[in-house]
Design a protein around this ligand. Structure first.
Ligand code: ASP
Length: 330
């Protein structure tokens, strides 16, 4: 059994959702599908989660957000499914209006509606993450309570199914992880349901040597060990949520970071047992605004992390220069 997770840009438009469907359909393995809320792509310049956060702060955009889901549904679903989905949209609308101060509930509706939609489109079962994931006050998972729920709900027998990432519950109320937490949901289900692999589909060719939106000629890091991934994700590599590496490593579930828009071509594999490639050198230049971090493993030595401040005017040029010189050293 495999856990397959699609990020926000993969769930953003009818065209991208169809690509996700093709990826699911081409996989002969039984699958648990985890989805994010629709993100930025094409004509959509905002992430649904950001819109929902703005809604909780009083922006009058509830109907605009729901229209985005309605447009997706109209394009993707049959007439009967579309009618059913509209009912889900109206009950969600009512629930949000009745609970205007329930931040976690409102912000989690992006993943909820995305999973409902993709489940209908695939003709798979929908599982509400609220019934399964128990989230602690520090926004980490209560593994033993969640394991119990997986058992109680006979979740293995429900495969294949679609579940929304990012949310769950605590003490009978909706709870959420930190931003990007749908990756974490996928990892939790991968370890507790004993998946053979966790495939995380995003919008880049795996983990890159730098942010390809800022730097030309970035390359895919073909293979990493979990320690290196953990260091990378704690130092600004935004491609995967920072709670994922340690969890997967503890349960020895391998991870593949692949590209929805170019699937199965160039990807990053991350696993515990060191393969030939994992001993290879790698580097990655990350940044949080002008704060630049170089993570590298060179000449068979342990991973090193170097960081320094650039300036708002120069950080892009600085990253590009650093990236170029590291490429020469490899
Ligand atoms: N939608 C949430 C976010 O934008 C969670 C996720 O996509 O992983 O942070």
């Amino acid at each position: 059994m495999e856990i397959v997770k699609f990020g926000g840009s993969s769930m953003a438009t009818p065209t991208t959702v169809k690509l996700c469907r093709d990826i699911v359909a081409s996989n002969p393995q039984p699958q648990v599908i985890v989805v994010s809320a629709p993100g930025k792509f094409g004509i959509y310049e905002t992430k649904v989660t950001d819109d929902l956060i703005r809604l909780t702060k009083g922006a009058p955009i509830l109907d605009i957000i729901l229209k985005r889901f309605n447009d997706l549904a109209r394009e993707l679903l049959s007439t009967k499914q579309y009618d059913d989905y509209q009912k889900i949209l109206s009950s969600t609308r009512i629930a949000i209006l009745e609970n205007p101060t329930d931040y976690n509930f409102i912000v989690s509706r992006g993943e909820y509606l995305s999973a409902q939609l993709f489940a209908m489109y695939l003709n798979y079962r929908f599982i509400d993450a609220y019934d399964i994931l128990v989230i602690k006050p520090d926004a980490t998972i209560d593994l033993s309570a969640t394991k119990q729920r997986i058992k109680q709900q006979h979740l293995k027998q429900q495969i294949p199914f679609v579940i929304g990432g990012f949310y769950g519950q605590r003490d009978g109320k909706t709870a959420i992880f930190t931003r990007g937490g749908s990756d974490y949901t996928g990892a939790i289900l991968a370890v507790l349901m004993h998946a053979s692999i966790y495939k995380n589909y995003t919008d880049t060719n795996g983990i890159q040597t730098a942010n390809p939106h800022l730097v030309p000629n970035t390359q895919t890091i073909p293979c990493l060990d979990f320690d290196s991934l953990d260091i990378l994700t704690h130092n600004g590599a935004g491609v995967i949520h920072e709670n994922v590496a340690k969890l997967l490593e503890a349960y020895r579930v391998p991870l593949r970071v692949d590209n929805t828009f170019n699937p199965h071509q160039v990807f990053t594999e991350i696993h515990s047992t060191r393969c030939r490639h994992c001993q290879h050198n790698f580097f990655c230049v990350t940044n949080k605004e002008q704060h630049i971090v170089i993570v590298k493993k060179m000449h068979g030595k342990p991973v090193t992390v170097q960081s320094f401040e650039s300036t708002p005017q120069h950080f892009v040029a600085d990253i590009q220069l650093i990236h170029q010189s590291l490429q020469k050293q490899l």
